[in-house]
Ligand binder design. Sequence first.
Ligand code: NAP
Length: 259
Amino acid sequence: MSTTMASAPERRVLILGGTAEARALAALIADQPALAVVSSLAGRVADPRLPVGEVRIGGFGGAAGLTRWLTEHHIDAMVDATHPYATRMRTAAVDAATTAGVAHLRLERPGWTAQQGDRWHRVPNVDAAVRMLPTLGRRVLLTTGRQSIAAFLPLSGLWILARVVDAPADPIPAHVQLLRSRGPYTLSGELDLMRTHRIDVLVTKDSGGPLTEAKLAAARHLGLPVLMIDRPAPLASSTVVTTVEEAMRWLSGVPVQPG
Ligand code: NAP
């Protein structure tokens, strides 16, 4: 007599992405027969780096839209691996997971740590950075992303090299030059960029991770001040891990939703 072993039901995972960690997690899940993954991107970037596996692109329509989406797609677990500064999505994810009864995890890479020789000035937000910037330098490398450029445009006494993946829709004044590029970056490349443009101050978010940290080493090497915009405060309600390996361990303990 032959017997057939019933295989464990598949668990469906939604990854809220747009980060290297989200892509790495999708690649790990793709190797697990017991897990099925859908990655979600906001659609902000014209030519995004796509993760392995199924991908959907575009907003959900707030927490209510995400709640509906989770239910309709029978999602068992949601890993919010969005960027540390994507605060609206992060809040909506917690709310939707609670309402839909879906297991929720926040995957967030650690921020950077200052080293000897660094001249970092930490500020709590973009507005505080705009206020402090004129006291630190005159020729700025601005690396905080397209969405925050508008806040720096009134600083017409400064020359600003704004590095972005995609150009902003609005016109850019003469004291701002756009540099369209996407990491990862190297120390020699960053040194070259800062020297060529005679940069005397760097503005950055505390994004963390290795792909864009060469600018910090370059600033240290050149003795430049760095204006570091702090991360938004974490949500107390989230379970947070910092590595994809921890996220995989968490996923292995998530039960399949009934129905
Ligand atoms: P945000 O302000 O928190 O989100 C704005 C809206 O965009 C959300 O309300 C949601 O629209 C939609 N959205 C955001 N992330 C989404 C995702 N992964 N899938 C589907 N919809 C998403 O976010 P943001 O700062 O604009 O970031 C947008 C995306 O870029 C995120 O995926 C993030 O990981 C990535 N990113 C952001 C930064 C940064 O500095 N903020 C840097 C690198 C990458 P609905 O309300 O319609 O659902």
